[in-house]
Design a protein around this ligand. Structure first.
Ligand SMILES: NC(=O)C1=CN([C@@H]2O[C@H](COP(=O)(O)OP(=O)(O)OC[C@H]3O[C@@H](n4cnc5c(N)ncnc54)[C@H](OP(=O)(O)O)[C@@H]3O)[C@@H](O)[C@H]2O)C=CC1
Ligand SMILES: CC[C@](O)(C(C)=O)C(=O)O
Ligand SMILES: [Mg+2]
Ligand SMILES: [Mg+2]
Length: 491
């Protein structure tokens, strides 16, 4: 199999990368109708599989789970997830031939094997779906001509897909139809019904392409979403320990700090997150973020370039073929970091204190969101997509760190995201050595400017505010957040 993206002409690459249409809520007026009464079989019952299935069943769809025989026999977690939630569970042979729609929610590294096994069992004219297009785009999977191939990709960890649905809402979702596999022209209607079944239509759906989803998803997860949160956690914690801050306090500030400060981001973008700081702290965070952006830009660009050229996927696939050696070693090493091993102390930290004592963390978030957005859009990815893969998803990943630190983040995200996260982290930490040497506890661990005059230079403050507010991620974000709020009461 060959990398599908690399087989396309430059013109076609640019067309598919730039495919991004924010769909009007009226386009979902038919809800799940296109899939109503159809037999939907999900392969795999992990992070996405279970949560998407629960939502779709609650939306009135007929869901069952096909698991590999060993998982059923040994009553593995996937079997427990499905059966304890009263879903029908069966082997591929039992369930796949009955399915109108087969949803592949196994880890990306298993897709060639899973799709190769499932495809001969699928009935003529059925549909195969993915939640991430790696197998199609990076591995060039060829799917039987009579089958329709669609993608419904929630821009969120599986846990939040379920939580948002239970709150009557959903998470932003990208949908796509593989241009090589839409023999009956039904792909888009089915993808829309599927997105409505998960609740995605209430949060915003982008009609995208497999190519645009893959290239933007990989970039977001490697850099701001997971890689930089890991780097920022480890460096900020180590700095506080080096400077004598109480270890329990330092651990708690980081573990819960990302979630708290990115709640400000979620509600009102970078502008609101920065507005939560005092004026002198805001200027400091701005300057630190500018420095970080200058240092990290080449690394962000390298990740984007390696994703576009297929170098990233090639090297990750080499690791798959090597029994995941790098992934497992890097996972173990992360578990050994002092941040992971130091429990959060029994100290009280107010919501405002997370901002005041975490100016460096705010700077990490601002620099990472802006850099990811800028690097993606400079490479042909449309702003709406880049926003979802940078600013929008950062708070959702931060929530996972609050639950159980980096272990939880790396457990909840896909193996593909986890691999890319370590790759970025290992390259980023050394790059920031000199930057971190200059960092003192005034920007991490202690209240910035406490006891000092709060005065600032007006001209500088006006310039900083203007730069924050006019960044494209803020302009696009304000529009998308407004449409999410507007959509909420519908349905
Ligand atoms: N994690 C996330 O939040 C997100 C994931 N995605 C995408 O969703 C898809 C699923 O990822 P995710 O939910 O993280 O996956 P998980 O690792 O959580 O789920 C794995 C599931 O697949 C099954 N599985 C593992 N290996 C095989 C195999 N060889 N054959 C058949 N079944 C297998 C497991 O069952 P068992 O081992 O018991 O057989 C388990 O049920 C991926 O394409 C991912 O990129 C998209 C958005 C976000
Ligand atoms: C964090 C990255 C992600 O793409 C996701 C949750 O959206 C994944 O692959 O897990
Ligand atoms: Mg993603
Ligand atoms: Mg991903």
């Amino acid at each position: 199999m060959t990398n599908y993206f690399n087989t396309l002409s430059l013109r076609e690459q640019l067309t598919q990368l730039g495919k991004c249409r924010f769909m009007d809520p009226s386009e979902f007026a038919d809800g799940v109708t296109a899939l109503k009464g159809k037999k939907i079989v999900i392969v795999g019952c992990g992070a996405q599989g279970l949560n998407q299935g629960l939502n779709m069943r609650d939306s009135g769809l007929d869901i069952s789970y096909a698991l590999r025989a060993a998982a059923i026999k040994e009553k593995r977690q996937s079997f427990k997830n499905a059966s304890e939630n009263n879903f029908t569970v069966g082997t591929y042979e039992e369930l796949i031939p009955t399915a109108d729609l087969v949803i592949n929610l196994t880890p990306d590294k298993q897709h060639t094997n899973v799709v190769g096994t499932v495809m001969p069992l699928m009935k003529k004219g059925a549909t195969l779906s993915y939640s991430h297009g790696f197998n199609i785009v990076e591995e060039g999977m060829q799917v039987r001509e009579d089958l329709t191939v669609i993608m419904v990709a929630p821009k969120s960890p599986g846990s939040e897909v379920r939580e948002e649905y239970k709150r009557g809402f959903g998470v932003p979702t990208l949908i796509a139809v593989h241009p090589e596999n839409d023999p009956e022209g039904k792909g888009l209607e089915q993808a829309k019904a599927y997105a409505a079944g998960t609740g995605g239509d209430k949060a915003g759906v982008l009609e995208s392409s497999f190519v645009a989803e893959v290239k933007s998803d990989l970039m977001g997860e490697q850099t701001i979403l997971c890689g930089l949160l890991q780097t920022g956690s480890i460096l900020s914690f180590n700095k506080m320990i080096e400077k004598g801050v109480d270890a329990g306090y330092a651990s708690k500030l980081i573990q819960y700090g990302w979630e708290t400060i990115t709640e400000g981001l979620k509600q009102g973008g970078i502008t609101n997150m920065m507005d939560r700081l005092s004026n002198p702290a805001k200027i400091k965070a701005f300057d630190l973020a500018e420095e970080l952006k200058a240092i990290m830009r080449p690394l962000f660009q390298k990740h984007m370039d390696d994703i576009m050229s297929g170098h990233f996927s090639k090297t990750m696939m080499e690791d798959w073929n090597n029994g995941d050696k790098n992934l497992l070693d890097w996972r173990a090493a992360t578990g050994e970091t002092d941040f992971e091993k130091t429990p959060a102390g029994d100290v009280s930290i107010s919501e405002q204190e997370y901002y005041d004592n975490g100016v460096l963390m705010v700077a990490f978030v601002k620099s990472g969101v802006e850099l990811a957005y800028e690097t993606m859009t400079e490479s042909g990815i449309i702003g709406d997509s880049a926003y979802y893969e940078s600013l929008h998803e950062t708070p959702l990943i931060a929530n996972t760190i609050a639950r159980k630190k980096l272990f939880e983040m790396n457990r909840v995200i896909s193996d593909t995201a986890e691999y890319g996260c370590y790759l970025f982290d290992h390259a980023c930490k050394p790059l920031l050595t000199d930057f971190m040497k200059k960092i003192e506890t005034d920007v991490i661990g202690k209240h910035f400017g406490e006891g000092k005059n709060n005065g600032v230079d007006n001209v500088k403050l006006i310039a900083v505010n203007k730069a924050i507010r006019t960044h494209d991620v803020e302009v696009v974000g304000a529009r998308l957040r407004a449409s999410m709020t507007a959509m909420k009461p519908i349905g």
